[in-house]
Ligand binder design. Structure first.
Ligand SMILES: C[S@@+](CC[C@H](N)C(=O)[O-])C[C@H]1O[C@@H](n2cnc3c(N)ncnc32)[C@H](O)[C@@H]1O
Length: 258
C-alpha cells in the first residue's frame, strides 16, 4: 500500500468520495467476497450485539452488517443503517434484508438521545470528516443498558507507516511500526486506482472521548486474523502475530435501582 499524503506535514487530504467507490466496495467486500468480513467481522459484530432490540449501524455502506443484525433470532424490533453516501445506500436498500436505511452522517445522527440499545460503527470512523463528532453522537444515541461496538483498523500495528516489510535484499521480514501518537490523515491506495483517506489516532483518542461521554469500556478484542484470509501471505507466522482489527465494546450503564 502506498501513502500519498499526511496532515501535520501538509494540507489535510480531501475526504474519500464513497459514492465513487460504492461499486468497488460491494464487489470487493460484501456478500462473501471478503473472508475477513465473513470469518471474523460479521460474526464478531453479531455476537457482540446479540440480544439487542433496537439497533443502529453507523456508516452502513451497502448494509452487510445491518442485514446480518436483522437476521438474528429472535428478530430485533428495529435495525437502521445510516450512511451519508446515496450510492452506498442505494446498494443497501436494493438488498434490504429486513433493515431500514436513512441518509445521514455519523456526525449528526437524526435520532433522539438514547434511541438504541445496540450501536455499531465498523471501519467507518477513520473515514469521517469529524471523528470526534461521530464519537459524541454514538454515545448520545445509546440508551442506558445499551452496548456500542466500535471496530477500527488496529491503530497500534496497522497505522500509517506500519506493516509487514519484506526486505529481499537483506533477507529480513519484520513488522514496522509507524508514528503511533500523532493524529494524522493519510491517503492509502488500497487497490490500484482506489485512494482512501484514513484519519489515524491512538487508542486513547477513541476510549477517552467515549468514557467522558458517560460510557464504560467493557471489552477490547484484538483478534488473530483468520487463517484463510491470510492464505497468500509471504509470512504467515508474522501476520498471525499482528492484529488487524481492534474491537472495543462500550456500555452505558443503567442507573442503579433505588
Ligand atoms: C470501509 S466502509 C465500511 C462500511 C460498513 N460499515 C461495513 O463494515 O461493511 C466505510 C463507510 O463509511 C461511510 N462513511 C464515510 N464517512 C462517513 C460519515 N461521516 N458518517 C457515516 N458514515 C460515513 C462510507 O460511506 C462507507 O460506507
Amino acid at each position: 500500500m502506498s501513502r500519498t499524503g499526511a496532515a501535520g506535514t501538509g494540507p489535510v487530504p480531501p475526504g474519500t468520495d464513497w459514492d465513487e467507490l460504492a461499486g468497488w466496495w460491494r464487489r470487493t467486500f460484501a456478500n462473501g467476497a471478503d473472508l475477513e468480513y465473513e470469518l471474523q467481522i460479521l460474526p464478531l459484530a453479531a455476537a457482540g450485539l446479540a440480544g439487542c432490540r433496537r439497533l443502529l449501524d453507523v456508516g452502513t455502506g451497502e448494509g452487510q452488517l445491518a442485514r446480518r443484525l436483522a437476521a438474528a433470532e429472535p428478530s430485533p424490533e428495529l435495525v437502521v443503517g445510516i450512511d451519508p453516501y446515496p450510492r452506498q445506500l442505494h446498494n443497501a436498500v436494493a438488498q434490504s434484508g429486513g433493515a431500514r436505511y436513512l441518509q445521514a452522517a455519523g456526525e449528526a445522527l437524526p435520532f433522539a438521545g438514547a434511541s438504541f440499545d445496540g450501536v455499531v460503527c465498523c471501519l467507518v470512523i477513520e473515514h469521517a470528516d469529524d471523528p470526534d463528532a461521530v464519537l459524541s453522537e454514538l454515545a448520545r444515541v445509546l440508551a442506558p443498558g445499551g452496548r456500542l461496538l466500535l471496530l477500527v483498523n488496529h491503530p497500534v500495528v496497522q497505522g500509517p507507516g506500519s506493516g509487514l516489510v519484506d526486505d529481499t535484499v537483506l533477507g529480513e521480514r519484520y513488522w514496522r511500526i509507524g508514528p503511533y501518537l500523532p493524529r494524522q490523515v493519510v491517503v492509502e491506495e488500497v487497490d490500484p486506482g482506489v485512494p482512501v483517506r484514513f484519519a489515524h489516532r491512538p487508542l486513547s483518542g477513541y476510549v477517552n472521548p467515549l468514557c467522558e461521554a458517560g460510557l464504560v469500556l467493557t471489552r477490547l478484542e484484538e483478534p488473530v486474523p483468520p487463517l484463510d484470509f491470510l492464505a497468500d501471505s509471504v509470512d504467515l507466522d508474522l501476520e498471525l502475530a499482528m492484529p488487524r482489527l481492534c474491537l472495543m465494546v462500550f456500555e452505558r450503564r443503567a442507573p442503579m435501582a433505588q
